[in-house]
Design a protein around this ligand. Structure first.
Ligand code: PRT
Ligand code: MG
Length: 215
């Protein structure tokens, strides 16, 4: 008997919301809203397909170990936590934002970021930040945070932050300004490599439906 079951790893919030139309295009509709339910395993209209709700940064781990056949993860997560061992067939162009350097309004970033200078950077993305400043020849002390990086420069924890920006409202509300664009971020489909072979027909159908809907 071929295994027809599919487990999809998704995070709550913006990725889930923006994935709903893609799931609909593949004929999949969740039986419950994960924002309202406390369930971590959510059934769908297809008895063979279920969703597992995980932290955004945990999606690659669930997929790599085959606990989920595929999932959707931000490029930020894939760069920072590694996309090794995952097949990444599609940029879904959802949950788009920009990885930026931001500083308190009025801070002379151009002067402070000359080659050879030293900066304190607070970020949830130490790998992306380290690579960016290494490329500029700026020495950095990286302070790893797990949330609300915008606070760090306001209370003297850092000179600058490296964070995601979409509307810019959070920066503005905290009197910060973006001074450098590091890269554009969107979310990608990540697929378990063994599952792609063993459940090829089912997975390819979903990939094709997502691909058509994402364009
Ligand atoms: O929230 P949690 O700590 O559980 O995890 P998470 O923050 O990784 O998850 P989630 O659901 O917030 O984000 C999932 C993915 O959405 C990220 O991995 C990104 O790829 C993508 N994404 C798109 C964003 C944003 N836009 C975004 N604006 N992730 C976070 N933000 C945050 C940003 O860090 C900042 O604090 O929103 C704030 C800025 O937003 P604006 O609109 O004020 O500029
Ligand atoms: Mg978040």
């Amino acid at each position: 008997m071929p295994d027809n079951s599919l487990t999809i790893a998704l995070s709550k919030g913006r990725i889930f919301e923006e994935t709903l139309p893609l799931l609909a295009a593949a004929g999949i509709s969740p039986a419950e809203d994960p924002e309202k339910s406390r369930k971590l395993v959510i059934a769908t209209n297809d008895p063979d397909i279920r969703l597992v709700i995980v932290r955004a940064s945990d999606v690659p781990t669930y997929v790599r170990y085959g606990a989920a056949d595929f999932g959707i993860a931000g490029r930020d997560v894939l760069i920072e936590h590694g996309g090794e061992g995952l097949y990444q067939p599609l940029d879904l162009q959802i949950a788009k934002c920009r990885m930026m350097v931001a500083v308190p309004q009025g801070f002379d970033y151009a002067a402070a970021s000359q080659p050879g200078s030293r900066l304190r950077i607070a970020t949830k993305y130490p790998r992306i930040a380290a690579e960016h400043f290494a490329g500029k020849g700026v020495h950095v002390d990286i302070i790893k945070l797990y949330g609300s990086m915008e606070l760090a420069p306001l209370v003297g924890l850092s000179d600058a932050i490296v964070d995601l920006v979409s509307t810019g409202n959070t920066l503005k509300a905290n009197r910060l300004e973006a001074v450098e664009h590091i890269c554009d971020i969107s979310s990608r489909l990540v697929v378990n490599k063994a599952a792609l072979k063993l459940k090829h027909r089912r997975l390819q159908a979903v990939i094709d439906a997502f691909s058509a809907a994402a364009n």
